[in-house]
Design a protein around this ligand. Structure first.
Ligand code: KG4
Ligand code: ZN
Length: 350
């Protein structure tokens, strides 16, 4: 079953074609660079750029997969959460195609897409349930208990900044650019992880929630004490000492993020000894240090940590939405009423 998927929840226009939830026939993406000059995503600009990009991106996705619209069984689209103007662009394009070609439309939750990113280019039998999924990106940091391909329950999440957002803010304070994760983790490799003692928040033993604003504020205080001009955006004075400071701060920050996660993992594994796998998804799962921390942690439980097969499937992409749509269809009892209605009107008998 070939599904054409759209993902436009933020500043990437992504279209993919996925077969049977796992096989990626094509996955095409265009990033909107115009926002860089404004220091953040501008909703109006995002909508305009999505409107301009979706047709060429769709054409490329069909060409790479050597398919035509008549080969497509379903159209899937991210309906939320995300930036409203961006979501509207994707859902409008997908609805238009659905009506034009009489192909049923499936709305997909963005976070469920991230969960299903572990299926991409893998054998379904290698994915074990029940699993703990950590979705970590610029917009969300959440733990989900994933009971089977279609049933998932949120256990906890960040009460303030998402972890990727904290990486991005640290990067901005240090003048390392956006997105911050890749550069901060590259700098961390050259630094001393014990150089600064940053705080791990105490939200109470029973809480499965996380917080990253305390570590971010502690970093800000250190920068303010040593290089206050950086916080005004003036990075003109750089020398060997300040480079070493940056590397140590990045290393200590990553180490503290690792400790914040480990503290919650300990409690989750106490509460849910049935967990058979840990899936680490979202843009931050590209971070090899955090992955290695999780691998060390789960060793005692005899389970594995799995990240998406490619970095392109860790960050926002449309293939994960195509995969999620397939599992929604396969597990129709678990579908939301709106999706069930769409399927009951579809040309397929399930
Ligand atoms: O999933 P994603 O592409 O978009 C959102 O849904 O937000 O994630 C983007 C986030 C950014 O905050 C970026 O800094 C972070 O993922 N990121 C990383 C790394 N690569 C990307 N964070 C830490 N280490 C990385 N290597
Ligand atoms: Zn995302």
């Amino acid at each position: 079953m070939k599904i054409l998927a759209f993902e436009t929840s933020c500043d990437d226009t992504a279209v993919a074609i996925v077969e049977n939830g796992t096989r990626v026939l094509s996955s095409v993406q265009v990033s909107q660079l115009e926002h860089n000059q404004w220091g953040g995503v501008v909703p109006e600009i995002a909508a305009r750029l999505h409107a301009e990009a979706w047709r060429p991106v769709l054409e490329q996705a069909l060409a790479e997969a050597k398919l035509e619209m008549s080969d497509i069984y379903y159209i899937a689209v991210t309906y939320g959460p995300g930036l409203q103007t961006s979501l509207l662009s994707g859902t409008t394009a997908a609805s238009f195609l659905s009506l034009l070609y009489n192909i049923p439309l499936l709305p997909v939750h963005h976070v469920y897409g991230h969960l299903c990113s572990v299926f991409l280019e893998r054998e379904i039998k290698t994915i074990h349930f029940p699993a703990l999924v950590l979705t970590a990106s610029g917009g969300h940091t959440e733990f989900y208990l994933w009971n089977d391909a279609a049933t998932w329950q949120k256990l906890g999440g960040s009460i303030d900044d998402a972890v990727g957002e904290a990486f991005d803010k640290l990067s901005k304070m240090l003048g390392l650019g956006y997105p911050g994760g890749p550069e901060v983790s590259a700098r961390a490799l050259q630094g001393n992880r014990k150089a600064f003692n940053l705080p791990v928040p105490n939200l109470g033993k029973e809480s499965l929630d996380l917080s990253f604003s305390g570590v971010k504020s502690a970093v800000r205080r250190l920068v303010l004490a040593r290089y206050p001009a950086w916080l005004e955006g003036d990075f003109s004075k750089r020398d060997e000492e300040s480079e070493a400071f940056i590397n140590d701060l990045c290393a200590s920050f990553e180490e503290t993020c690792g400790r914040i996660f480990k503290k919650k993992l300990t409690r989750i594994f106490e509460l849910h000894p049935e967990i058979k796998a840990l899936y680490f998804v979202g843009g931050v799962s590209a971070n090899t240090y955090l992955k290695s921390i999780f691998e060390d942690f789960v060793q005692g439980y005899g389970i594995k940590v799995l990240t998406p097969e490619k970095i392109a499937y860790s960050t926002d992409n449309a293939a994960m939405i195509g995969s999620a749509a397939y599992f929604q269809i396969q597990n129709k009892n678990a579908l939301q009423p709106m999706v069930q209605h769409v399927i009951s009107k579809s040309r397929l008998s399930l």
